[in-house]
Design a protein around this ligand. Structure first.
Ligand SMILES: *[C@@H]1O[C@H](CO)[C@@H](O)[C@H](O)[C@H]1NC(C)=O
Ligand SMILES: *[C@@H]1O[C@H](CO)[C@@H](O)[C@H](O)[C@H]1NC(C)=O
Ligand SMILES: *[C@@H]1O[C@H](CO)[C@@H](O)[C@H](O)[C@H]1NC(C)=O
Length: 353
């Protein structure tokens, strides 16, 4: 079958429409699946009930988008759950000015919780690179990294030997070429803003965090792109790229990013997928609970198979599904319908776990 070369590009453009305020996280060896916990709803359950839901699902990696006090307080004592927190996009400019500003941010937003909240990651902004304020990301990352290292944070959680990892979450709009995967490269703006970040992360092998949404490519060209290819629902080879065979779009996008990093001289940098998902409503018959269940269910299976992607067959994927709840304060349409659960009664929208 022939898949149009420009459909990935369309998808890349479309991811930019996702709200700048999403959620993601870090995953452990027992399960590499985490969940995003977004807060853009006026009908969401209290955080303590949400944590009980995560426990009932044995989910041990959660991503929130900021350092919300109510949520962090509710996580106190639940140290087995690793929590990825975020520096808000709108705070980046002020924080980029000095290490003192970043230190104050840590003292205010992180330190009060370190005794009993298992903060694994701090993400510096969400989908900020490439963009107008993309150049603020690296200085903030450097300050955070210096402070966490020099003060040996977290110092308070016993039996924890991992430092808090500092990274940033980027969208696939950084890719210029993305098809076939071996042609993957970054746009000029991405080379300017992202490449120095990747080189900085490489020094400590800290993962770059990526948001990957095959849904948007499919929605942009559902006539030519096969649904089974977009939803990991076929074993047939759809894209042959030299010796590498691809049967799903997720792996194609992931590996295009890997190739693009290699072209910048960045090899073997780990990638964690901070967001992926499929809406269950908002765009006619392309967004049904059945299709969302197939995509997300197959993503979980792909991750749990431990198989990695064709280019990185020996690296299992770590990924966070987007998102826990439908959020009614996001833009109308599909954006409000990425949730796995209804916020009002916490019932599943479709069967997944
Ligand atoms: C913190 O979370 C990480 C990631 O889930 C996990 O590997 C680690 O064991 C947790 N730490 C504690 C003290 O439970
Ligand atoms: C959606 O409906 C159109 C028109 O009936 C049909 O051609 C298409 O195959 C449907 N797509 C899916 C994913 O069901
Ligand atoms: C994956 O591991 C196998 C077995 O150790 C090795 O032969 C192969 O070269 C590795 N592949 C890559 C891409 O690193």
């Amino acid at each position: 079958m022939d898949y149009p070369k420009n459909s990935l590009l369309l998808m890349l453009l479309c991811t930019a429409f996702l709200s700048n305020y999403n959620s993601g996280g870090f995953v452990d060896a027992a399960t590499n699946i985490g969940l995003n916990y977004g807060l853009l709803g006026d009908n969401l359950p209290p955080p303590s009930e949400v944590i009980n839901l995560y426990k009932s699902l044995s989910i041990t990696n959660i991503r929130i988008f900021d350092t919300n006090t109510d949520v962090l307080n509710a996580f106190r004592g639940n140290r087995d759950i690793g929590l990825m927190v975020g520096v808000k996009n709108q705070d980046l400019e002020a924080l980029s000015v000095s290490e003192e500003a970043v230190n104050t941010w840590i003292v205010t937003n992180i330190e009060p919780y370190l005794a009993d909240v298992n903060i694994t990651f701090i993400t510096v902004g969400n989908e900020i690179i490439p963009g107008k304020i993309g150049s603020y990301v690296l200085p903030v990352m450097k300050s955070l990294t210096n402070i966490v290292k020099s003060r040996n944070l977290p110092i308070l959680i016993k039996s924890r030997n991992l430092p808090i990892l500092i990274s940033t979450t980027v969208a696939m709009t950084n890719l210029g070429q993305s098809y076939p995967p071996s042609a993957g490269d970054f746009t000029p703006q991405a080379r300017e803003q992202l490449t120095p970040v990747l080189k900085f992360l490489s020094q400590t092998s800290t993962p770059i965090l990526v948001n990957i949404y095959p849904y948007f490519a499919y929605a942009a060209d559902s006539v030519n792109i096969h649904l089974d290819y977009a939803t990991f629902n076929t074993d047939a080879v759809v894209v042959q790229d030299g010796p590498l065979s691809y049967s799903n779009m997720f792996d194609v996008i992931f590996d295009a990013f890997v190739w693009a990093m290699e072209k910048e001289g960045v090899k073997d940098l780990p990638m964690v997928v901070t967001e992926t998902g499929w809406p269950s409503a908002g765009n006619g018959n392309l967004t049904t609970p059945d299709i969302a269940s197939i995509y997300n269910g197959n993503f979980v299976k792909h991750v749990e198979s431990g198989k990695g992607t064709p280019k990185r067959p020996n690296n299992s994927i770590h990924g966070f599904l987007f998102a826990t709840f439908n959020e009614n304060q996001k833009p109308a349409g599909t954006e409000q319908n990425f949730g796995l659960y209804y916020p009002t009664d916490m019932k599943p929208i479709y069967k997944l776990f």
